[in-house]
Design a binder for this molecule. Structure first.
Ligand code: MLT
Length: 274
């Protein structure tokens, strides 16, 4: 199945997205992590497009989506998600968010929980940055402004992947390496600022009343299995799956296990609620 990139006008900005599947099926909206783009979901769009309407969009400034001039924030990205759903005439969807994509989804729930038919939180967390974490992001912004993206990209890879993936998943590693290098440095710096400034979303998780699957790579160094267990404890009835042989990018490092658990979760969703 060929995936064609499409463009949507959202507010004043063009947003690029990939779509697969039939428009009448249950919509699944995939939100990528930082600093990646919609292509990280290609395998899922191909597999799940057989049964569902799948959409993976580029968060503003990433991939081929325009950035606009307003300050980036996770709240703004959450408003963008709802505007994209409106533009695509999607009333309710299952949202699948990886890391920053999960932050966006959990922020959107605070105001728009009626727009969710289900939620898949992958390699993400509900806590805000610690003071130390904020300071580190600030230093990274300065470093990128002085040195560009090369060293930043190399250093990022070490944290993103499980050690064995550098041998067993070389294609995924080089895909992510080139994705980081092809993301505008300004987008990376603006998003780092937004990530540092984001609020916690843990306190709103107990209100969730739709099905939730939480997925985390067993070797995720950025958003640990511990962080996933915390969300699992806060969301009544949620399911937690730890993906073996995966770090922070569980859908790329162990797509077989990732897709299996996503498929099982979706099977259990009641289509008639959508
Ligand atoms: C991501 O993958 O989206 C980032 O690692 C999130 C973060 O840095 O907090």
């Amino acid at each position: 199945m060929a995936l064609n990139s499409k463009v949507l006008l959202v507010g004043e900005n063009h947003t690029s997205y990939l779509e697969s599947g039939d428009v009448d099926e249950l919509p699944l909206i995939f939100i990528h992590g930082f600093p990646f783009n919609n292509k990280m979901w290609e395998d899922q769009l191909i597999k799940f497009g057989v049964e569902y309407r799948c959409i993976a969009y580029d968060v503003r400034g990433h991939g081929s989506s325009e950035a606009g001039e307003v300050n980036f924030s996770i709240g703004l990205f959450a408003e963008d998600l709802i505007a994209i759903m409106d533009a695509l005439k999607i009333e309710k969807a299952v949202i699948v968010g990886l890391s920053m994509g999960g932050y966006v989804a959990m922020k959107a729930i605070e105001k728009y929980s009626l727009r969710f038919a289900g939620l898949v939180l992958c390699d993400t967390q509900c806590v805000a940055d610690t003071e130390e974490g904020k300071e580190k992001r600030k230093k990274t912004i300065g470093f990128i402004e002085r040195n560009g993206l090369e060293v930043y990209a190399d250093e990022s890879l070490k944290n993103l992947f499980a050690p064995a993936s550098f041998e067993t998943k070389q294609q995924a590693v080089s895909f992510i390496h080139s994705t980081i290098l092809n993301t505008p440095a300004r987008t990376i710096c603006r998003t780092l600022q937004a990530l540092a400034e984001r609020n916690e979303t843990c306190t709103s998780l107990p209100q969730i009343d739709f099905p939730v699957l939480i997925v985390v790579g067993a070797e995720d160094k950025i958003t640990s299995p511990e962080a996933a267990r915390k969300m699992n404890g806060l969301i009544g009835g949620s399911e937690l799956v730890i993906i073996p042989e995966a770090g922070h990018l569980s859908n790329l490092e162990n797509p077989i296990q990732f897709n299996f658990h996503l498929k099982e979760f979706l099977k259990k969703l009641n289509h008639s609620n959508v």
